[in-house]
Design a protein around this ligand. Structure first.
Ligand code: BG6
Length: 483
């Protein structure tokens, strides 16, 4: 266990990620009793701030899960927090940091220091910060844990270059690569749902499944970060990482045990069975103004190249060439500036043999990752009463109803707790990234090369490109009410 007397250093403490995610997650763990009340939290960044300035910055983001304030807890939490201003790539700030760490450790008579370094920083800073950590503040006689966040490279080569620089500094078990989707409650439930339920496990194959869909919809565009997004696109932003993680957990074989290495071994194994993404089996889009003209199109952003073919919507067809999945169409789709915000998995089962019933719908298992976690299974049932007609109904596990009094942790809360206890199950291993970049890099090169297709336009706030319905149908998806 790596829980008591930990020092947590948040690099990039004055930035957006730490303000919105890292500190609130640490607070959430503190509030719920999962953070040692004698731990030490040190913010580190270049900005010249006082301890108080940092606290004022993060305070508005520290809330209860329902959004209410919790003044007493917030004050207790903020007492653990202090700040150091320093450069990322030079020794001076790290000397100051070491002094604070050592003072804390000796005041608490800690013989084996536990130091957790959270890099809430852009990847361009990863290597220099990691080099400095190793050189000056690494816990030689204790535990060092380093947390980094995507993007882990821009393509296969840049990922490998970064890895080449980081690998000599830290052991793989000291590095925690966050993909925050792996910390989401419903994503964490996938292994359990699949492998702890005989009926699901038995039907989880090409004999019974007609198609799989993973969809990510966001109701807002790239407002304010167009310049950044233009280099990235929706595929790198959420598909190569977040949605691929979901898909891997959904399709991997049963791990030999529930431990991190067994799970990650299976993830890598199934990824290796993915066929290359067929460039003719994709649908790409870019949003324009909303129908009423009130919302800007992607190209209206001044920071974006006016001829940009950057993809803000994509649907990609996947094929897994193994015994379980051969021939099952899998569609992953993601889009910005759509009609709603929702992330869900849909698994449609094959139809029943014809004969006794007419007009029977397929079973469909829906796992809603957000908002409002839910799992429901559409099934056919007799209409109650004297009629023998069938109707589609749902076996429904909506969390808000069934698990009323449960605390559903935020993804970052869950992941930081795992870092503290040293559980790597929900972090991305280096070889996993290698295979996933191998899978996506040719597609990205094509979409960014001279033969790139022009993305199909869609209105801000719409369901996406017009061809989506036909695209999904061609992957055997059957709509009940228009999708
Ligand atoms: C981030 C992407 O990784 O994930 C964002 O960079 C995206 O563009 C976000 O909005 C989605 O995460 P969540 O948890 O809000 O679904």
């Amino acid at each position: 266990e790596f829980k008591e007397n930990t020092s947590i250093v948040v690099f990039g403490a004055s930035g957006d990620l730490s303000k919105k995610k890292t500190f609130p997650a640490l607070f959430g763990l503190f509030r719920e009793g999962f953070l040692d009340p004698s731990c030490k939290i040190i913010g580190y960044a270049r900005s010249k701030l006082s301890d108080e300035d940092l606290k004022e910055k993060i305070k508005p983001h520290l809330k209860k899960p329902n959004g209410d304030k919790d003044d007493e807890k917030v004050e207790q939490f903020l007492q653990l927090v202090s700040y150091i201003s320093g450069p990322y790539d030079q020794d001076e700030g790290y000397h100051a940091l070491l002094k604070v760490l050592e003072e804390y450790e000796s005041a608490n008579s800690i013989e084996r220091p536990h130091r957790l370094f959270y890099l809430a920083l852009p990847p361009s800073a990863f290597v220099s910060v990691c080099t400095q950590i190793k050189k000056l503040v690494y816990a030689e006689h204790g535990e060092t844990r380093v947390v980094v966040e995507k993007p882990f490279g821009h393509d296969l080569q840049s990922f490998r270059d970064m890895q080449k620089d980081l690998a000599p500094l830290f052991r793989e078990d000291e590095l925690f690569r966050i993909d925050h989707y792996l910390g989401k409650e419903m994503v964490k439930n996938l292994v359990l749902m699949r492998f702890a339920n005989t009926f699901l496990n038995a039907a989880w194959n090409k004999e019974n499944i007609e198609n799989i869909q993973i969809s990510f919809k966001e109701p807002f565009g790239t407002e304010g970060r167009g310049g950044y997004f233009d280099e990235i696109g929706i595929i790198r932003d959420v598909m190569q990482n977040h949605l691929l993680q979901v898909l891997t957990l959904l399709t991997m074989e049963r791990p030999v045990s529930y431990d991190a290495e067994s799970i990650r071994d299976e993830k890598v194994r199934v990824l290796k069975a993915f066929a290359p993404i067929d460039h003719n089996d994709i649908l790409v889009g870019q949003y324009g103004k909303s129908e009423d003209g009130s919302k800007p199109g992607y190209l209206d952003d001044d920071t974006v190249d006016p001829n940009s073919k950057c993809v803000t919507f994509a649907a990609l067809g996947f094929k897994i060439q193994n015994e379980r999945w051969d021939g099952v169409p899998i569609v992953m789709r993601a889009g910005k500036a759509l009609n709603e915000g929702k992330v869900e998995i849909r698994v449609q089962f094959k139809g029943v043999p014809s004969g006794i019933f007419s007009d029977i719908s397929r079973n469909e298992l829906v796992m809603r990752i957000q908002p409002d976690e839910a799992i429901y299974l559409k099934c056919n049932s007799k209409t109650p009463g004297l009629s023998t007609a069938s109707r589609v109904t749902e076996l429904d596990l909506t969390y808000a109803r069934r698990y009323k009094n449960f605390w559903i942790p935020e993804a970052y809360e869950s992941l930081i707790k795992d870092v503290m206890t040293g559980d790597h199950s929900n972090f991305v291993r280096d070889d996993e990234l290698d295979v996933s970049w191998k899978l996506f890099t040719p597609l990205l090169k094509y979409l960014e090369g001279p033969d790139a297709p022009t993305p199909e336009g869609y209105a801000y706030g719409s369901r996406g490109p017009k061809n989506l319905t036909q695209y999904l149908e061609s992957h055997k998806y059957a709509f009940e009410n228009g999708g």
